[in-house]
Design a protein around this ligand. Structure first.
Ligand SMILES: [Zn+2]
Length: 348
């Protein structure tokens, strides 16, 4: 039999088999093997193409292709139908009622870092702060230069910062949540009162550092904002988290985007300031950095630094969680040990 004739026979065979398919208990898979498998009818007819005279090949090829397409679209429809039937049968067998409301609470608990972030957001929202989310992949402008980092600053080094490969303009995984300051100030005019919690990334991994960690940024910009507002705000939220007897102190320090800048210490929450192993017998624990917004930062976002002043601070949410919930080691937070999380359901 000529190949062309065979193809037309196959086309007839396919139509009758497809029509009978529904009345028989065949699966789409066995149908597929019979037609498209290694020894399937279509595979075999393709083989026979070698014997077809050259001038007849284009026409024969076209017909086989048309047949193949019919078989494929038929199979696709059958497979879809079968998977839908499977889902329905599975649901019926398991007596699942997908319309019932989801039940929370009997299993699981929020992660301590999530709990702390929620607590902080609740406190700051009560003080009238809005919550602003900044991007985790950032350009040099938002992460460094607009924040007054000089070209030679070590944070711009590969040793300290994750750079994204093969970018024509350098992109980094943000090293701090301070990039949110620049985004917010370019989008809005003062007064600004925001917090921005999120993940940040640094090339750092040891007992007290993890390559990804969580920060909370705070920015206030308005007329006549002073260091007194900054200290008052920090005292207020620290005491809400750790208790009203916990004192804070400020140590002068350098951060490129603030002037003056300071590091924030809180009295050790474990020994209440008496001195212990966690605080290296000093009675104090560092939780973050703060300062008055540098005029160069205002210049980068076109704010008039003669008219406006502002303060900013940032601290590690992980460290706050560790101190507030009495965890001895920061790494416990990221080991995924369920027994740790089971201790927190009451905070939900
Ligand atoms: Zn201590």
């Amino acid at each position: 039999m000529e190949v062309v004739e065979k193809i037309s026979h196959l086309m007839h065979r396919f139509h009758s088999e497809a029509a009978e398919f529904l009345s028989q208990s065949e699966t789409a898979e066995s149908f597929r093997i019979r037609w498209l498998g290694k020894k399937g009818a279509i595979t075999e007819i393709f083989e026979e193409m070698k014997t077809v005279a050259k001038e007849l090949r284009p026409e024969a090829g076209k017909q086989i292709h048309a047949l193949r397409q019919k078989v494929e679209s038929f199979l696709e429809a059958q497979q879809k139908k079968e998977s839908e039937q499977w889902i329905e049968a599975t649901i019926a067998a398991r007596h699942i009622d997908p319309t019932l409301p989801v039940q929370f609470g009997s299993q699981g608990a929020l992660h301590p870092v999530t709990l702390m972030r929620h607590r902080l957001m609740e406190i700051f929202q009560r003080y009238g702060f809005s919550i602003y989310e900044g991007p985790e992949i950032e350009s040099d402008f938002y992460n460094f230069s607009a924040l007054n980092f000089q070209a030679e600053h070590p944070a711009r080094d590969m040793q300290d910062t994750f750079f994204l490969a093969d970018q024509s303009t350098p992109l980094v995984l943000r090293t701090h949540t301070s990039n949110a300051q620049i985004h917010a100030m370019l989008q809005e005019k003062p007064p600004i009162r925001l917090i921005s919690p999120g993940k940040v990334f640094r090339v750092d991994s040891d007992a007290s550092h993890t390559p990804a960690f969580h920060q909370l940024e705070c920015l206030v910009v308005d007329r006549r904002i002073s260091m007194a507002h900054l200290k008052g705000m920090i005292d207020a939220f620290v005491q809400e988290i750790f208790g009203s007897d916990i004192r804070t102190r400020f140590r002068p320090s350098y951060f490129p985007f603030v002037e003056p800048g300071a590091e924030i210490d809180v009295a050790c929450t474990l020994c209440r300031g008496k001195g212990c192993q966690t605080c290296s017998q000093t009675g104090w624990l560092e939780i973050g950095g703060c300062g008055m917004v540098h005029p160069n930062v205002f210049e980068a976002v076109n704010y008039d630094s003669e008219e406006y002043t502002g303060f900013a601070f940032g601290f590690g949410i992980d460290r706050m969680a560790m101190l507030a919930y009495g965890l001895p080691d920061l790494r416990q937070l990221f080991e995924g040990d369920v027994s740790l999380h089971r201790q927190f359901p009451l905070y939900q």
